[in-house]
Write a protein that binds this ligand. Structure first.
Ligand code: 5GP
Length: 199
C-alpha cells in the first residue's frame, strides 16, 4: 500500500473546544497520534510536563529555534510555542497521522514546508460564547482573556488559507465532521498513484 500518514493541523481560538473535538474524533483509532509542543508558558493547574506540553524556559526555546529543532514556532499572547520536528517526521514516516494543535502563524509555516498537510480551523459558535468559555475556565487573568479574544479576532481575518472550517456548536457533530475529513483526505486520488499502477 502506498498510503502515508497525514499531517493534520488543527487551529482555532483557545476556548473553541479543539482538544475535546479532536479526542472524540480519534477515540479508539490507533492510526492517529498527537504531537506535544514545547512552550514557555507556565503549566495550568492539572497540566503535566510532557503530556499537554513540554514546559521549557525562553533560553531553551531560543536554542531549539537556533538548532532548527522546531518544525514551526510562534509567539502567542506573550509566550512562545513550537512543534518539535523529529517526532513529527518520525511518526509520519511510520505511516501515522499526526495532529498538531497550533495557532495560525505556525500553520502558515507548516503549509509552506509541508504542502501535503491538511489545515482545519475549529471555531466556537460565536465570539461571545468564546468569552463566556474563557471566563468560565477561570484559569486566565483578565489581561490574558482580553489578549486571547483579540488574537481570536485576528485569526479569523488571517485564516483564509485553511482547507476546512468546523463550527463547534455541538461536540458530537464537530467530531463527526473531523473524522469525515480524515477519511476523505485518505481517499485523495494523487496519494494512490502507486497502488493504481500496481493493480
Ligand atoms: P494555550 O496556551 O491555550 O495552551 O495555547 C495557546 C495557543 O497556542 C493555542 O491556539 C494553541 O493552538 C497554540 N499552540 C500550542 N502549541 C503550539 C505550537 O507548537 N506552535 C504554535 N504555533 N502554536 C501552538
Amino acid at each position: 500500500m502506498s498510503e502515508k500518514g497525514k499531517l493534520l493541523v488543527i487551529s482555532g481560538p483557545s476556548g473553541a473546544g479543539k482538544s475535546t473535538v479532536v479526542f472524540k474524533a480519534i477515540e479508539g483509532r490507533s492510526d492517529v497520534c498527537f504531537s506535544t509542543s514545547v512552550t514557555t508558558r507556565s503549566p495550568r493547574p492539572g497540566e503535566v510536563d510532557g503530556r499537554e506540553y513540554f514546559f521549557i524556559d525562553f533560553k531553551r526555546f531560543h536554542e531549539m529555534v537556533e538548532n532548527d529543532e522546531l518544525l514551526e514556532h510562534a509567539e502567542y499572547v506573550t509566550n512562545c510555542y513550537g512543534t518539535p520536528r523529529a517526532y513529527v517526521e518520525q511518526r509520519l514516516n511510520e505511516g501515522m497521522n499526526v495532529v498538531l494543535d497550533i495557532e495560525v502563524l505556525g500553520a502558515r509555516q507548516v503549509r509552506k514546508k509541508m504542502p501535503g498537510a491538511v489545515l482545519i480551523f475549529i471555531a466556537p459558535p460565536s465570539l461571545i460564547e468564546l468569552e463566556r468559555r474563557l471566563r468560565g475556565r477561570g484559569t486566565d487573568t483578565e489581561e490574558a482573556i482580553l489578549g486571547r479574544l483579540t488574537r481570536a479576532r485576528q485569526e479569523y481575518q488571517e485564516a483564509n488559507f485553511y482547507d476546512y472550517l468546523i463550527i463547534n456548536d455541538d461536540v458530537e457533530k464537530a467530531a463527526k465532521q473531523l473524522g469525515a475529513i480524515i477519511e476523505a483526505e485518505h481517499c485523495r486520488f494523487a496519494d494512490w498513484a502507486d497502488w493504481l499502477r500496481s493493480n
